[in-house]
Design a protein around this ligand. Structure first.
Ligand code: SAM
Ligand code: SF4
Length: 365
């Protein structure tokens, strides 16, 4: 069997697991016929229940694939949605069918008093799941408070298990230590599942794929490899250093057999596998090599209050100013849902499909 067919077979088997997971998102109850409220269905028949909320465009790291080292213009404070405004938008969307939110950024933990927002969101009727994406550098002292406030799942970004390399990729010092402290605190606080996101970069961390996978043998973590998506800021990298998840699976498959499994709760775009008897799983997120837009269940709210039906592309609806003017947001949300694109138009090595996006930190990746 050629390596290519091996990776295709694995991804297809994983895709089946992903499709099953889409129908039965483990652990998170979805509305049933007894649940009051609407359903948000887009023009392609996809049901949207999930909103990713960027609480800030700022970050304490400068990951090479995400942000330029300098030159990004920051939003002014008055341009950023307040916690009350974010909560108000979620209150409007929940009766329309929203059940799950994820807080992201930029780095969400650089925004002050994040547990206050979590508390507000957890009291919105209909919201059953609040999750967080973080680089975990600031997580250790906040983990307990975030959990108590209502965050139940956490995704941590980490691209190398080697200290100097982790610093070089993040362009900031002492990253690995602090992320590991954050992960330990997340475990002690009872977060389950804990997912670790690793962006694949050829020649940068491809020699660590097996080490990351090995973490799942002992720890109940879900390590997910992500293909780099091109933006204006990372064109050089995304053109020259792209590596597919299929290649990563082949590298791992040389170490031990992998079996496709249903992933942890929070049905997202990942397909999951497991080493026999392992405590955790290995996931792959393949925006470039295997488009998963057909199962997309989400919209995004940027820190400045733009509702985006897709991470990429230029479609966005400003909600902030209509909200501040006291206008009805429902028709604006319905229209954004109606024009949700069928799929992203990203092409490796080109920023044209990103819709002029400079960095994922701007929209909340
Ligand atoms: N700062 C938080 C973090 O790093 O997890 C949340 C925001 S970050 C934009 C969300 C996720 O997007 C991270 O897992 C990050 O690795 C991923 N990401 C950022 N830029 C990316 C790109 N160009 N291609 C693929 N993934 C990217
Ligand atoms: Fe910051 Fe996350 Fe982007 Fe890294 S991936 S620069 S941590 S927003």
């Amino acid at each position: 069997m050629t390596p290519r067919s091996t990776e295709e077979e694995r991804l297809q088997a994983g895709g089946a697991a992903r499709a099953r997971a889409d129908r039965t998102p483990g652990g998170i109850p979805e509305p049933d016929s007894t649940t009051p409220g609407g359903t948000m269905v887009d023009g392609f028949g996809r049901t949207v229940r999930y909103l990713r909320i960027s609480v800030t465009d700022k970050c304490n790291l400068r990951c090479v694939y995400c942000m330029p080292e300098e030159g990004l213009e920051w939003l002014r404070r008055d341009e950023i949605l307040s916690y009350e405004e974010i909560t108000r938008i979620v209150e409007v969307m929940a009766p329309m069918g929203l059940t799950r939110v994820r807080l992201t950024g930029g780095e969400p933990l650089v925004r002050k008093d994040l547990p206050d927002l979590v508390g507000q969101l957890s009291r919105v009727p209909g919201i059953r799941d609040i999750s967080l994406s973080t680089n975990a550098v600031l997580l250790a002292p906040l983990a307990q408070e975030l959990r108590a406030a209502g965050v139940n799942r956490i995704n941590v970004s980490l691209d190398s298990l080697r200290p100097e390399r982790a610093d070089r990729i993040a362009r900031r010092p002492d990253v690995l230590n602090r992320v590991m402290e954050g992960l330990a605190a997340a475990e002690s606080a009872g977060f389950d599942p804990i997912k670790i996101n690793v962006v694949l970069m050829r020649g940068e961390n491809d020699d660590e794929v097996a080490d990351f996978a090995a973490l799942t043998r002992e720890r109940p973590w879900h390590v997910r490899f992500i293909e780099v998506m091109p933006t204006e800021a990372n064109l050089g990298l995304s053109a020259a250093q792209t590596m597919t998840c299929g290649e990563a699976l082949d590298l791992i498959g040389r170490v031990d057999a992998l079996e496709p499994v249903e992933g942890p709760e929070g049905n997202g775009p990942a397909a999951y596998y497991r080493f026999p008897g392992a405590a955790g799983t290995i996931g792959v997120i393949t925006p470039m090599s295997h488009n998963f837009c057909g199962a997309c269940n989400r919209m995004r709210l940027t820190a400045s209050g733009q509702l985006r039906p897709c991470l990429f592309g230029s479609i966005e609806t400003p909600l902030r100013d209509p909200l501040r003017r006291g206008e009805d947001l429902v028709p604006l949300i319905e229209e954004t849902l109606r024009i949700k694109p069928e799929k992203h138009l990203l092409v490796q090595g080109s920023a044209s499909g990103s819709g002029g996006l400079i960095a994922l930190s701007q929209t909340g990746g």
